[in-house]
Design a protein around this ligand. Structure first.
Ligand code: RIB
Ligand code: CA
Length: 332
């Protein structure tokens, strides 16, 4: 197994990152794009959490994708099986029973790491100098909230938290008011959004502009690699629900926006504002209340990115996926 070399980071764009995820295909595309970018990003680990599907399946899907990419040296830590205080809500209606429906990948051989993901996050962040690690959050924020509770110094140690989640003017995707990642664990989201670390939020306002159209999926398929073929089929399945619900061509490639932002921030635009999480109302539970016009006077705790150059995004994603199978030359 080729051992990935650690790039000389941090550089101006370079970062050490931890990716917290509940793999459905958009999550997996995100961490594969990161792994294909060793000159800019050093993936310290992947941590899994219950979300789209239960923890056993998110942890299995993460390893399936890594083995398909011949990246089984990337450590995977399993985390929370349920939100902090509420029962788990999953999304099989979108992603299928396995979370990876649409293409059969072999059962993973690589093991899970023994440590609990929140503890591993604390250990990895606290072992690096201050300001060197970025958390990339692609799922409900339970692991991150638990890590913050375990180590009160964690927030101040982080470079940034970049998360796919929430919604401003776009409305919700799991309820009329809430986006799935926030809705599943609103108490965890509230702790994260108010932890004091620099936070960048990529909401549905952004990801709904970036859809897997037929032209984009066919461009992916023309890479003519086993990985591209697998994700062509996984993403083709994954867009069915959203196409039927919204009447679109294609479905949002939500989570890879987090990595694309780290690689090409010029593809995005937004505003530093206050964001709070609704944790009480049964009507709007999990809503991200975005003070876009600063009418509350509350501190501007979040950079909300509501604009994306969608064609530039997909050019970047497909170019990085074209690098698989990774070679030594790809180490940059
Ligand atoms: O609402 C979109 C988010 O929920 C994405 O992270 C997707 O993977 C699902 O987890
Ligand atoms: Ca996700």
């Amino acid at each position: 197994m080729k051992k990935r070399s650690e790039p000389a980071l941090p550089t101006e764009l370079g970062r050490h990152i931890i990716i917290d995820t509940d793999p459905s295909p958009d999550d997996a595309v995100a961490f594969l794009v990161a792994l294909a970018s060793p000159a800019e990003l050093n993936v310290l680990a992947i941590t899994t959490v219950a979300g789209n599907v239960p923890i056993e399946l998110t942890s299995k899907n993460a390893r399936k994708a890594l083995e398909l990419a011949a990246c089984a040296d990337v450590p995977v830590y399993a985390g929370a099986a349920a939100p902090l205080v509420r029962p788990l809500v999953t999304a099989e209606h979108v992603h299928g029973r396995t979370g990876f429906d649409g293409y059969d990948l072999p059962e993973p051989i690589m093991p899970l790491q023994s440590a609990f993901a929140p503890e591993a996050i604390v250990d990895m962040v606290m072992s690096k100098p201050p300001g060197e690690v970025t958390l990339c959050c692609l799922a409900p924020l339970t692991n991150i909230a638990l890590a913050l509770a375990k180590e009160p110094r964690l927030a101040a140690r982080l470079k940034e938290i970049v998360l796919m989640g929430g919604s401003f003017a776009e409305g919700g995707n799991i309820t009329p008011a809430a986006e799935f990642n926030i809705y599943v664990d609103p108490e965890a989201a509230a702790r994260v959004f108010n932890c004091g670390a620099p936070i960048t939020m990529i909401p549905l306002d952004c990801t709904h502009q970036a859809r897997t159209t037929t032209q984009r999926l066919e461009k992916l398929r023309r890479l003519d690699t086993p990985l591209a073929e697998a994700f062509y089929h996984l993403l083709k399945f994954n867009k069915i629900f959203d196409e039927q619900k919204y009447g679109w061509e294609g479905g949002p490639l939500h989570d890879a926006t987090v990595i694309a932002y780290l690689l090409a921030p010029e593809l995005f635009a937004g505003r530093q504002v206050n964001v709070q999480i609704e944790c009480a109302s049964s009507l709007t539970l999990g809503m991200t209340v975005v003070d876009w016009w600063s009418v509350t006077g509350r501190p501007a705790n979040v950079k909300v990115l509501n604009q994306i150059n969608a064609s530039g995004y997909f050019d970047l994603v497909i170019e990085r996926l074209s690098r698989f199978p990774l070679s030594d030359a790809a180490d940059g």
